[in-house]
Design a protein around this ligand. Structure first.
Ligand code: FMN
Ligand code: SF4
Length: 412
């Protein structure tokens, strides 16, 4: 693990916790009012790190409005996005920081029941996570009247079954309730009627870790990093054809080129970058010639790219883009929950057309239909899975049509 900065990942090099003191961030939060905690997070400009980049302070404020005897607070550690593994590293190297962020958030919104929703593939972490939770109970950070604040709050671990759709907030909630993981209609929104129809706050692992780090160091320290519109630091999952893949904490504003060359130590076998895929398999492609772009929300917005979870998949010039897109669509066909037609049928149809394109036997109507199907999925699918399933394909059609339609002369 190589860090460029260590605002959130400060504890990554520490040995497994034998014992620990109550952190300064948690102590500070326990002496603040709900509004003061929310104000601190709002001033930091932190945005949700699970993909949608919703302002975290605003979400806390909206959640705090709903009062209830039982209020859930969920940490989304489903991390099913291929190429994304930063949440796994946070839970592996500093789960205490994540749990402390959950407790601070519980104090802010007066939540009673915390749940870490852990993807099945991360079950190997459970013993250590339970060990940390029981130490927190023994120090009265969890349980009855935590830190003498009058709040009763505890955290349990729920193991998911390994479905990508269960990372989507409402599907995740359905699956905890014992139902098939499929998204719900909104409204009602989760913050008002979430798990078992009780008010529920749901955030990503990195978001809670950042809340803890901000409370510990103060928002002023956080905003020293990054840019005005993208304050702070971000964990990236750098993977693919780079020499040094891994989880890195970077300040916003570093360019993709710097990330690949300086942090990832360049492309394997000294090949050239064909493209990078941003934010995991649901993300768009940025061509190798356009890597001077700074890693910020505002610069990505300008080119209609969503940062997603912060995954950066580097793909070298030996890769056939149609093979790549075939793998992307096969993943989505497998993971589609089947609830709505555009996604359930769209992914199947895209795969059929891609199979013909890879063989060079696509028809004229295939060329027209592939974009039509992709756009129908983007605009008509019920949830984010189907809406983003054609993102890589659409960005390839836009940015490098010659690679997609290169076998067009053989039209049947
Ligand atoms: C198909 C799909 C999968 C998702 N997977 C995850 C995930 O694994 N982890 C996550 O935190 N958010 C995931 N999200 C986003 C969540 O719905 C939600 O926006 C997020 O957990 C909120 O936390 P944040 O505000 O801290 O980002 C997914 C969304 C969709 C549509
Ligand atoms: S877009 Fe539709 S079919 Fe696809 S995962 Fe969402 S609800 Fe299910």
């Amino acid at each position: 693990m190589k860090r460029i900065v260590s605002f959130i990942t400060e504890n990554f090099e520490k040995e497994v916790l034998e014992s620990f003191e109550i952190s300064s961030g948690l102590l500070r939060a326990s002496n603040m009012t709900e509004d003061e905690i929310i104000e601190e997070i709002s001033l930091s400009g932190l945005k949700g790190r699970g993909g949608a980049a919703y302002p975290t302070g605003k979400k806390l404020a909206q959640s705090a409005v709903f009062k209830s005897d039982v209020k859930y607070l969920i940490c989304n550690a489903d991390e099913g996005e291929p190429g994304t593994f930063k949440d796994r590293d946070l839970l592996k190297y500093d789960a205490l920081g994540v749990f402390e962020g959950m407790v601070i958030s519980a104090l802010a919104v007066r939540a009673t029941d915390g749940i870490l929703y852990l993807r099945e593939e991360y079950s190997f972490l459970i013993d250590e996570l339970e060990n940390i939770l029981s130490q927190m109970r023994s120090k009265k950070i969890l349980g009855h009247n935590i830190l003498d604040t009058g709040l009763n709050f505890d955290i349990s671990i729920f193991s998911g079954a390994g479905a990508y759709i269960c990372g989507e907030g409402t599907s995740l909630i359905e699956s905890i309730e014992g139902k098939p993981g499929r998204p719900r209609n909104k409204p009602p929104y989760t913050k008002e009627q979430g798990l078992f129809m009780k008010p529920t706050l749901l955030n990503n692992v990195e978001t809670y870790a950042a809340i803890n780090a901000i409370m510990k160091n103060g928002y002023e320290e956080f905003i020293k990093y990054g840019t005005e519109k993208s304050p702070g630091t971000k964990l990236i999952s750098l993977c693919g054809n780079v020499n040094s893949p891994g989880t890195y904490e970077i300040p916003f504003g570093v360019t993709l080129k710097e990330i690949i060359e300086k942090i990832g130590n360049g492309v394997k076998n000294e090949r050239n970058v064909k493209f990078v895929q941003i934010g995991g398999i649901s993300g768009p492609l940025i061509l190798g010639k356009n890597l001077d772009i700074p890693f910020t929300y505002e610069d990505f917005d300008k080119i209609d790219v969503s940062m997603g979870s912060g995954a950066i998949l580097v793909v070298d010039d030996q890769t056939d883009i149609l093979d790549f897109l075939d793998a992307v669509q096969a993943f989505f066909k497998h993971e589609s929950c089947g609830k709505c037609t555009p996604c359930r049928e769209g992914n199947r149809q895209l795969l059929n057309v891609l199979a013909r394109m890879r063989k060079g036997i696509e028809t004229e109507s295939d060329i027209v239909n592939i974009e039509r199907i992709a756009k129908t999925m983007k605009y008509a699918s019920f949830c984010g899975l189907g809406q983003t399933a054609p993102t890589a394909l659409l960005s390839a059609i836009k940015n490098c049509p010659e690679e997609i339609f290169r076998r067009g002369e053989q039209h049947a």
